[in-house]
Design a binder for this molecule. Structure first.
Ligand code: AMP
Length: 186
C-alpha cells in the first residue's frame, strides 16, 4: 500500500509521471490542480471562488485545499494507495496532511522530489504553453507560479528531508527515461 507525494516545480513533469506510475501500480492519481480546474469548468461555487486565484498563478487558501484532500483520500478507491500530485504546496498543508493521516494511523510512504535545472524548466514550460494549451498557462502565470513555488513550496524539500522520506529523481530526459528513474526509487 503506497501513499506517495510528488514534489517539484511546475513543469518538472510530475503530472505525466504520476499518471504513468498510477496506472502501473494501480494507485489513484490525485491532482489538486485537475480537481480545481474541473470545478472551474463546471462553474461550481468552489470553481468561482478559485478561478481568479488560479489565473494569477497564486495558491488557493490552505483551508480550502486541505478540506478538498481530506474528503478525497477518504474515498474507497484510495484504500490501495494514491499519488498526491500538487499537494501539499505549503508547510501548513504538509502539517495538516500529517495530522490527518496520524489520526488514522497512516503515513506517507515516500516523497518523490523531481529535480530539474532552471534551463530545462524554461524549455519545458515553453513547450507546455504550445502543446497543452492549458487555460491557466500564460507566460505571466507561469512566472508567478515559479516564484510562488520557490517561496512557499520549495521549503517542503527540507521539511520532508527531515522525515527521511524524501527521494530525489533527476527529472532531465525523456518521459520514458524519467519514468525508469522513478521506478528505480519507488
Ligand atoms: P497545478 O495544476 O498543480 O499546477 O495547479 C494549478 C493551480 O491550482 C495552482 O497554480 C494553484 O492556484 C492551484 N492549486 C493546485 N494545488 C494547490 C495546492 N495544493 N494549494 C494551493 N493551490 C493549489
Amino acid at each position: 500500500m503506497k501513499r506517495l507525494i510528488f514534489l517539484g516545480p511546475p513543469g518538472a513533469g510530475k503530472g505525466t509521471q504520476a499518471k504513468l506510475l498510477a496506472e502501473r501500480e494501480k494507485l489513484v492519481h490525485i491532482s489538486t490542480g485537475d480537481m480545481l480546474r474541473s470545478a472551474v469548468a463546471a462553474g461550481t461555487e468552489l470553481g468561482k471562488q478559485v478561478k481568479g486565484i488560479m489565473d494569477s498563478g497564486n495558491l488557493v487558501p490552505d483551508k480550502l485545499i486541505v478540506d478538498l484532500i481530506a474528503e478525497r483520500i477518504l474515498q474507497t478507491d484510495c484504500k490501495n494507495g494514491y499519488i498526491l500530485d500538487g499537494f501539499p504546496r505549503t508547510v501548513a498543508q504538509a502539517e495538516a496532511l500529517s495530522a490527518m493521516l496520524q489520526q488514522r494511523n497512516e503515513k506517507i510512504s515516500q516523497v518523490i522530489f523531481f529535480e530539474v535545472t532552471p534551463e530545462d524548466l524554461r524549455k519545458r514550460l515553453e513547450y507546455r504553453r504550445g502543446a497543452e494549451a492549458r487555460v491557466d498557462d500564460s507566460v505571466e502565470t507561469q512566472i508567478e507560479r515559479l516564484q510562488v513555488y520557490e517561496k512557499q513550496t520549495a521549503p517542503l524539500v527540507d521539511y520532508y528531508q527531515k522525515t527521511r522520506s524524501l527521494k530525489r529523481v533527476d527529472a532531465a530526459g525523456t518521459v520514458e527515461e524519467v519514468f525508469k528513474k522513478l521506478q528505480s526509487v519507488v
